[in-house]
Design a protein around this ligand. Sequence first.
Ligand SMILES: Cc1cc2nc3c(=O)[nH]c(=O)nc-3n(C[C@H](O)[C@H](O)[C@H](O)COP(=O)(O)OP(=O)(O)OC[C@H]3O[C@@H](n4cnc5c(N)ncnc54)[C@H](O)[C@@H]3O)c2cc1C
Length: 482
Amino acid sequence: MARTGKEFLQGLKDDREIWVGSERVRDVAAHPAFAGAARSVAALFDLQHEAADVCLMPDPETGELINVSHIIPRSREDLVRRHACLERIAEYSVGIMGRTPDYLNATVAGFAGRADEWSINGNERGAANLVAFHKEVARRDLSLTHTIVQPTIDKTRGDVPAAGDEVALHKVEDTARGIVVRGARILATLAPFSDELFVYPGAPLAAGTDAYALAFSIPMATPGLKFLCRDSYSSAGNAFDHPLSSRFDEQDAFVIFDDVEVPRERVFIDANLPVYNTVMTTGWQPNIMQQTSIRAQIKLEFAWGVATRMAEAINAASGAGAEMLGEIWSYAEMTRAGVHSAEQGAYEWGNGVWFPDGRPFRALRPLLPLWFPRVNEIIRLLGSHNLLAAPTSAQLADPSLRPLIDRFLRGAKDVTAEQRARIFRLAWDFVGSALASRGEQYERFYLASSGRAFIRAQTFASPDRARRLIDRFLSEELGPGA
Ligand SMILES: Cc1cc2nc3c(=O)[nH]c(=O)nc-3n(C[C@H](O)[C@H](O)[C@H](O)COP(=O)(O)OP(=O)(O)OC[C@H]3O[C@@H](n4cnc5c(N)ncnc54)[C@H](O)[C@@H]3O)c2cc1C
């Protein structure tokens, strides 16, 4: 049953081992590092009720209302329906929170729909556990965090562990209840605001490293599970001064599994290399890229809006300003067009499950990590020193300062000093604050670097049409006049 924000916040009160700065946090929702984002995630749980026509649907078996992001898409119409829900969720944080619960809802639904890929090589029980997990996540409306990447110790050793690697997450033993796992993984975004940690495959593993071939989900408070959060970029204070960083720091955490027991019913891959190396290679990317690309589109549209308002406030939206603004608009529009094209080209990928066409997403995936830093650069160029000359709410409220600010810090035409301060503070929180810097790092790496994604695009591109276009010239007769 779809939860409310209050119910979500209640669920965060447990013995989870969350570390930030120098302390172990006892009450996530009350801690200054997390309170702002906790309220925002709670607001998303409330939003699904406020926008129930777009965000909720009856569970196909029980009829209870669940979030639309749990849908297993079985037609193009299902994808269009999911689009509307994902869009509404992304609009709330204007795309700044990348790993709102709908990200993993869509991931789990995609995996459960392709349970046929999980039930190979004797893994029927793991696949059945996964299907049951999908239903449980939907019906209990759980918020999940995830880790799919192995920690980096020495880059020359490659992306995946060799047999005997003690750092990467691996299975240690079987127990009466399940399995014990040990090691570490990166990088659990949304961890403090999650109910469970979902571990699933990343880069394909080499032969002989079966112990590392794992997938499972466990509650955040499972004994032995430790989350080391990065520094908080959540700004204390009011939403006028820090409109984004007071609300949307979703956090990222390094995860240590200090001998953690995973119950058998939550093990989806148990040291099974063929399954591990299969399930991420087909429909996972187009399925999840629908969510991430809709979010990226909204963030780019917001960036264009902020940049335009900022340029207009100082009358800099023409000439070179217009050129740069048009560049941001073009990135947003190309992202919208890519999502549209992928959805229009959707087809059945197997087992009756529909995912979008992967090609537009394979092109967007390496480009978006290049576009976002450029967008930030444009906003900094357009904003110049003005980004750093925007008074706080306290300065605006000061009776001796206010008349002077109104006189010397107003904008062009009829833009008041207060409006100008709001616009430039919003723009700086978007591109210049600590949270903005983390956001740029997120866009560069959250689905692997641009370089890796270009290699993937080239690897999977169909050469047929391009070959046909050049073959005509390569097969021409030799000699003059031929
Ligand atoms: C803010 C943030 C949040 C994240 N959240 C999560 C999360 O919630 N869950 C999760 O599982 N992971 C998460 N990640 C981790 C993310 O999945 C990895 O960072 C990502 O897969 C890149 O891997 P890497 O960090 O090892 O970098 P690499 O891919 O090794 O890239 C490092 C550098 O090496 C270059 N490079 C390396 N190999 C190649 C190659 N073959 N071709 C071309 N260039 C190459 C890259 O261009 C880049 O400059 C997050 C990361 C960040 C930064």
